[in-house]
Design a protein around this ligand. Structure first.
Ligand code: TXA
Ligand code: MG
Length: 342
């Protein structure tokens, strides 16, 4: 299959290109689309056949359910059984945006979408291209992150192309994603409401909307099994082994490792440390105090180092607080738990 790339100008959306891309969706094909979090691999979310193709293209385990993306609240009602009244504020204020809600599913939801469970995940993205595209397809779009399962999520069209060329019909190239890590997933199908995957919206922030909300046990105690199927798999992994260091002595520890290894090392460091490592392959995570910049750069940086074929990645991390908790949730998985606080 030849994968077409449709480059879309955000300032002047081409209806014609979006229409071409939507014709693939209406024929049960696969189209990667930008969202404000990461690129999604989209298909008609009401077609078992189309959703099955997503699993095949990504090599995704069949027990890992998909998120359905909508562009208007009206689309929600036929997809879910029950909308608790006390989440109205949450939906009104944070949709469209980087938040996914899990509801009891309606009979319309194909088995492949919910992995045969009785719930369905719904998200209304904010990205203007994603919204126009969903509206044009006039269907809820199933869309997991557009990477091969286990790899870092793609935050630009080139990274999607690298994983998906030849496996999908088209990629809508809308440039870099604004946020860079995936949406916050909240289960509102039972009480207490539970954050299954931390994201741009943090526990601390969500608590201001809903008193009765908690973090999934696995996000508090790493020995507990996650409730969300997707969280239990190897994830966000670069090809190289990765080690993460957090705290005041992180840089001296990284220097020490460099002095004692003959491996080809790639470094992920904050701006203020970079000058000390001029002879190495270094990617910047941005300003140490700018967590949004860090979330924006993390996945792309891992993919850049992969292409440079390094054997070992040494990275600076941050403390598990607010957006830092969501970023470290990804980094811990990228490094298979190899995170050290110094
Ligand atoms: O930001 C995002 O959420 C991106 C963009 C493309 O929208 N999508 C995304 O999808 O990250 P994916 O499939 O890579 O991750 C979805 C997560 C997985 O951990 C999955 O297990 C969980 O949501 N999930 C989906 N449906 C679920 C359900 N019914 N119950 C529990 N967890 C669910
Ligand atoms: Mg994913």
């Amino acid at each position: 299959m030849k994968t077409k790339v449709f480059k879309i100008d955000r300032e002047n959306l081409s209806k014609e290109l979006l229409e071409k891309a939507s014709s693939y969706i209406l024929n049960d094909g696969l189209v990667a689309m930008p969202t404000e979090t990461v690129y999604g691999l989209s298909a008609n979310g009401l077609s078992d056949n189309a959703c099955h193709k997503i699993f095949k293209a990504k090599n995704r385990p069949s027990d890992n359910p998909l998120i359905l993306h909508i562009s208007k609240l009206e689309q929600l009602y036929s997809l879910v059984e029950d909308i608790p009244e006390d989440i109205n504020d949450l939906m009104k204020n944070l949709w469209p945006g980087p938040m996914t809600l899990i509801f009891k599913k309606s009979k319309l939801i194909p088995d492949t979408v919910c992995a045969k469970g009785d719930t369905v995940a719904i998200r209304m993205p904010e990205d203007i291209i994603a919204r126009e595209f969903i509206t044009m397809c006039n269907k809820p779009l199933a869309a997991p992150s557009a990477n091969i399962s286990g790899r870092p999520s793609p935050t630009n069209a080139e990274d999607v192309y690298y994983d998906m060329n030849g496996k999908i019909d088209a990629i809508i190239d809308g440039g870099n994603c604004k946020i860079g890590i995936e949406s916050t997933v909240i289960d509102v199908s039972q009480k207490p409401y539970t954050i299954l995957r931390p994201g741009f919206y943090t526990y601390e922030f969500l608590k201001t909307y809903i008193e009765d909300i908690k973090l999934d046990d696995s996000l508090v105690d790493p020995n507990k099994i996650p409730k969300s199927p997707g969280q239990k798999y190897k994830h966000y992994a670069p090809k190289a082994k990765m080690e993460v260091y957090v705290g005041q002595s992180a840089i001296s520890k990284i220097k020490n490792i460099l002095e004692n290894t003959d491996k080809k090392v790639g470094l992920l460091l904050f701006d203020d440390a970079i000058d000390q490592f001029k002879d190495y392959e270094v990617i910047s995570l941005g300003d140490r105090n700018d967590l949004l910049q860090m979330s924006h750069r993390l996945f792309t940086a891992l993919r850049i180092l992969d292409r440079k074929n390094v054997d070992l990645i040494l990275a600076e991390g941050v403390y598990d607080k607010e957006l830092g908790k969501s970023i470290m949730n990804r980094m811990k998985k990228s490094a298979s738990g190899n995170v050290h606080y110094l």
